[in-house]
Ligand binder design. Structure first.
Ligand SMILES: Cc1ncc(COP(=O)(O)O)c(C=O)c1O
Length: 398
């Protein structure tokens, strides 16, 4: 964290009078984190990065030699990966794929298409046949559950995601009769920001058992079980993170048991948040500090239009203050000491609140507020162009 503060302090002293807002990416941290994750995986497991979390080209280039490939959810994302590598392995999921996306994905040598409905299955077959090719697919399953809870629930509940578990038998039979596709297994991304390692492992055990049942029932050559992403960041309690080591022990156990039954399909992960969150910092300068009745408000040179995550998820995102001593105005400087402050943005919306009533030891106009764990679903999910407000800088620190 010191190197982030140092960067900000030094930037402010060399750019007096320039308001600061930036996403700062610690590329060393991204690399270390991804290497730690991949090195811990048992054999027979592949790790993909879900680029929707952050498709910044520098991040993709950094991850390229570490991960097994990239998970994408649009043709735009396919092309972003192809900009950094013609060879990288790509797997493509998400509901509502267009004909053009399916066609171009096949042309761009996407390795697996995650099929989200029976009509998409038939359309994929039709397109592949027309192109004279064959598409390797996984059926995305929306399990009936029960599944553990995450902050967002894609499956285990009726939703636009995947094929209802009750319709999977029909989908398999149809897939088996389609000459343009080859069914390679199942895809189960069910939830987002799961914090309990044991529950997460139990869910994967459940995925495996369902996939094995369909394998036996339909005589499938089951190559892959994609267990999705969804591994969480405990934003509100960073000292109690998802217990990755326990999770890996459980995963080894699952693979051990499956291997006794017969050859174990490859398990794929496609994690966005867990890969990229820790490398990113969203930092914005306090433009104004005001007292209103008994409340204090700091207004940032930024806001939810740049960093929507705390607003979208309604969690208490951690932050810290980088004091900036330079003050160039011949005017008094606002300051609060040991008081709660609400951190707001400049979107002209009362909803533009990044942190509510947090006690701060000292905060002055011109200081910079830093939100760590902003590397995933920060800029990528925000309404950048709202009100034609300026964009932040993007800074890469190694
Ligand atoms: C299909 C799919 N896979 C992977 C991910 C990545 O999830 P996470 O960032 O929670 O790991 C998502 C995110 O929504 C997704 O929809």
């Amino acid at each position: 964290m010191n190197h982030i503060s140092d960067y900000i302090t030094s930037w402010k002293s060399t750019n007096p009078g320039e308001p600061f807002s930036a996403f700062i990416y610690d590329i060393g941290e991204l690399k270390r984190n991804a290497e730690r994750i991949v090195a811990s995986l048992p054999s027979g497991v592949k790790y993909f990065y879900a680029i929707k979390a952050n498709s910044d080209k520098t991040l993709l280039g950094t991850l390229l030699p570490i991960v097994n490939g990239f998970e994408v959810a649009s043709l735009g994302e396919v092309l972003k990966v192809r900009e950094v590598s013609q060879e990288a392995e790509i797997i493509f999921g998400g509901p509502g794929k267009t004909d053009n996306e399916i066609e171009e994905a096949l042309r761009q040598r996407v390795s697996l298409l995650h099929v989200e409905s029976i009509s998409e299955l038939l359309r994929t077959n039709w397109i592949a046949e027309r192109l004279g090719t064959n598409a390797d697919i996984l059926l995305r399953v929306n399990l009936r559950g029960p599944l553990p809870a995450g902050t967002l629930q894609m499956c285990g509940v009726p939703s636009q995601f995947g094929i209802d578990e009750a319709d999977i038998a029909q989908a398999i039979e149809l897939a088996q009769g389609c000459p343009g596709i080859t069914l390679r297994g199942f895809h189960f991304h069910s939830l987002s920001n799961q914090l309990d390692a044991l529950q997460h492992a139990a869910m994967i055990r459940h995925y495996m058992s369902r996939a094995r049942q369909w394998q036996t029932e339909f005589g499938l050559d089951l190559r892959y079980v994609n267990a999705g992403g969804g591994i969480g960041i405990n934003y509100e309690s960073l000292e109690a993170p998802f217990d990755w080591n326990s999770f890996i022990r459980q995963l080894r156990n699952i693979i051990g048991v499956e291997s006794e039954v017969g050859s174990c399909p490859e398990i794929l992960f496609e994690c966005g948040r867990y890969t990229a969150a820790s490398c990113g910092y969203y930092a914005a300068e306090v433009l104004d500090l005001k007292r209103m009745r008994n409340s204090n408000f700091a207004v940032l040179h930024g806001g939810l239009h740049q960093f929507l995550l705390p607003g979208a998820w309604k969690h208490r995102h951690p932050f810290y203050i980088v004091p900036v001593d330079d003050w160039l105005y011949p005017l008094p400087r606002e300051e609060i000491n040991d008081l709660p402050v609400t951190i707001a943005g400049r979107m002209n919306s009362p909803r533009d609140i990044l942190a509510r009533s947090n006690n701060v030891m000292r905060l002055r106009t011109g200081d910079v507020i830093v939100f760590p764990y902003a590397g995933a679903y920060g800029w990528s999910i925000s309404a950048h162009d709202f009100s034609s407000l300026e964009h932040p800088a993007f800074v890469y620190i190694t």
